[in-house]
Design a protein around this ligand. Structure first.
Ligand SMILES: [Zn+2]
Length: 225
């Protein structure tokens, strides 16, 4: 069986080193499905361990329910076309950390006390008057990298479901990494897991965003039957 090269590079794009669940901070072998998983809880890649070379810590994590079956194909050109119509912003990196407010220890809130006409005191946790509730005296300093990236809250419609463009982009990243020109979309749930099959050994699941009218949709992905 053909192994994946630089598997760590691919897997590490999907997990979240700061995730509240320690299991999700690194890739792991999900013993329930015999798949190596890497996920931040929103986007997930599952790979047959037989095409991987490394050993992974074992864990168990339930699979999101797969509903709304469908049979559609997504091409890399269609993904590019959708991303090209998304609004772009300047990429910025933090060059100097924010200066925390010492009055409230960076929390932005302090206890206020009020004495009423009867001499009773009342306490409330409210905005810190020194930093006006910001938690910092000096905001962090950022620098533009010169690169353009897709704006954070950009939404792409994929048939029944809506995705944040930056989460859908991980699908494209994996396809490029694995030299796949197309993927099969097998489940297209507006509120639950959407499944994309890259090959018989590799699949990706993306949880959609719950679209409402406070968002506007920037692009509609074209699908092939
Ligand atoms: Zn403060």
């Amino acid at each position: 069986m053909k192994k994946i090269k630089n598997e760590a590079e691919l897997l590490n794009k999907f997990c979240d080193v700061f995730h509240v669940k320690p299991l999700l901070r690194t890739p792991f072998l999900n013993t329930e499905y015999n798949e190596v998983w890497s996920t931040d809880g929103r986007v997930f890649i599952g790979i047959n361990p037989e095409i991987l070379t490394k050993e992974y810590p074992k864990g168990e994590h339930p699979f999101p329910k797969l509903e709304f079956p469908c049979e559609k194909t997504i091409t890399i050109e269609a993904l590019n076309k959708a991303f090209n119509s998304c609004p772009m912003v300047d990429e910025e990196v933090v060059v100097e950390d924010a200066v925390e407010c010492e009055e409230c220890d960076g929390s932005g809130t302090v206890y206020w006390e009020y004495t009423d006409n009867h001499g009773n005191t009342h306490e409330r946790l409210m905005d810190c008057p020194i930093c006006n509730g910001e938690g910092e005296i000096e905001p962090c300093k950022t620098k533009k990298t010169g690169k353009k990236i897709i704006a954070e809250d950009t939404v792409v419609e994929v048939r029944n479901a809506h995705f944040f463009a930056n989460q859908l982009r991980l699908l494209k990243t994996a396809m490029e990494y694995l030299n796949a020109d197309t993927v099969k979309m097998t489940h297209n749930d507006p509120k639950g897991a959407n499944e994309f099959i890259i090959s018989k050994d590799i699949r990706i699941i993306i949880m959609p965003m719950l679209f409402d009218y406070s968002f506007s949709c920037s692009a509609k992905l074209e699908l092939v039957d």
